[in-house]
Design a protein around this ligand. Structure first.
Ligand code: ZN
Ligand code: ZN
Length: 401
């Protein structure tokens, strides 16, 4: 409920934005936060009015995409999140769709609350800071991810941050919105100041690149002469580009979608194989072996193909996750007598995020051709449907469009 509603007009915001004055019951930091936002987005006279009423706080209503249930997204007007100590409010400039969003949209996802705010790849600028926040100030360009490990548990002490049980307790979902509240742990661990020459759209790749870095860090590169990336979605294409930062091995990519195969062909890899007509095995047979396979299809057939392709003594890294309970059949001969090493990779930790930031600052990583279109919040659902139909790789959402 917003008692004593009163609409203020503003030249600096879209006419559809509504501003309310509410009896001040909120705590001081959020009042300060809202006053700061108001100052940035309202003309002086309106802001003065807000201040003159003294006992009132300004509440801004923002637009935010909610995943209600599989195949149902609603764009809601919700009050801007109130900040607790240590939290930061980010004004979103760009948010990106990803394969995890598509999974959640199609059938729900164990890590994404439903109904709930949606989206986790973002970049923007600081709109407000809570008490005790150090190193961030209003107007500062930032890039970050959605999680922050506790730093204290058994797993964190072993630097296995992606396995921290606290990781999933306070994730920042809701990047498909005008503003995103980042919990204190995320701010402390995984929010970074963004160099002003890195555009928001590129910066929003920090999360997927962190996932790729985490996986590449898990592979033992000794003796790897040839790597196969299986599955050319956005993640597979990022692997193809980032692999040369980790190994001198020859890179082979396998995929089906003509548009994505064409992008991979632009990377100067040793081979790009279309596995739509002829199986991977037939195309690689008679050739020298593959020491490492990075599985990015997220399909059980892809997992089997990866195991069927890797050379004795090689490694398979399963990057594309399958639903819990999925059982993989594997010949023990391959694990024991052929010494095949099987690895999983999930999420990332703060060191991966920092490495990902350095890689994105290096202009060699091309992300623009992974963006199939730019859209406003109202078109988010159609973006996901286009991804589902295999017509787009990733979409950039501009909540102010
Ligand atoms: Zn993601
Ligand atoms: Zn922990």
């Amino acid at each position: 409920m917003l008692p004593r509603q009163m609409t203020l007009t503003s030249r600096s915001v879209r006419p559809s934005r509504r501003y309310f004055i509410e009896t001040a019951t909120c705590c001081v930091p959020s009042w300060v936060g809202y006053a700061n936002i108001a100052q940035r987005h309202m003309p002086k006279e309106s802001f003065t009015l807000g201040v003159t009423v003294g006992a009132f706080a300004i509440v801004i209503v923002m637009r935010s995409a909610y995943l209600i249930e599989p195949r149902k997204i609603e764009i809601r007007d919700v009050p801007d999140p109130k900040l607790e100590s240590g939290e930061v409010l980010v004004r979103i400039e760009r948010a990106l769709t990803c394969g995890t969003d598509l999974k959640a949209y199609r059938r729900g996802h164990p890590l994404i609350p439903m109904p709930g705010p949606f989206g986790h790849q973002y970049a923007g600028e600081v709109a407000a800071v809570g008490q005790e926040v150090k190193g961030f100030e209003i107007g500062m360009p930032v890039w970050g991810v959605q999680s922050g490990p506790c730093g204290q548990c058994r797993q964190c002490q072993k630097q296995r941050y992606s396995l921290c049980p606290e990781l999933q307790t306070d994730m920042a979902f809701g990047a498909f919105a005008e503003y995103l509240r980042l919990p204190a742990r995320v701010v402390r661990q995984n929010l970074l100041g963004r160099p002003p020459d890195i555009p928001a759209q590129r910066a929003a790749f920090l999360e997927p690149v962190s996932c790729v870095v985490h996986a590449l860090e898990r592979i033992d590169w000794q003796g790897v002469d040839r790597v196969l990336v299986l599955g050319l979605g956005a993640m597979g294409l990022l692997f193809c580009q980032l692999l040369p930062h980790y190994t001198h091995a020859a890179i082979v990519a396998g995929g089906r979608n003509p548009q994505r195969l064409a992008i991979a062909r632009g990377y100067g890899l040793e081979q790009v194989l279309d596995v739509e007509e002829i199986s991977l095995k037939d195309q690689l047979e008679g050739d020298r072996g593959v020491d490492c396979v990075i599985e990015c299809t997220g399909q059980i057939d892809g997992w089997h193909a990866a195991l069927g392709t890797v050379d004795a003594g090689g490694q398979v890294l399963f990057f594309g996750g399958l639903p819990q309970g999925t059982v993989l059949e594997i010949d023990t001969f391959q694990l024991h007598y052929q010494e095949t090493r099987v690895l999983g990779s999930f999420h990332f930790g703060p060191p991966d995020v920092r490495k990902a930031a350095r890689l994105l600052e290096n202009s060699e990583v091309r992300v623009d051709d992974l963006i199939s279109g730019e859209m406003g919040l109202d078109d988010l659902e159609s973006a996901l449907k286009q991804m589902e139909a295999g017509q787009g790789i990733k979409y950039a959402i501009d909540p102010w469009m």
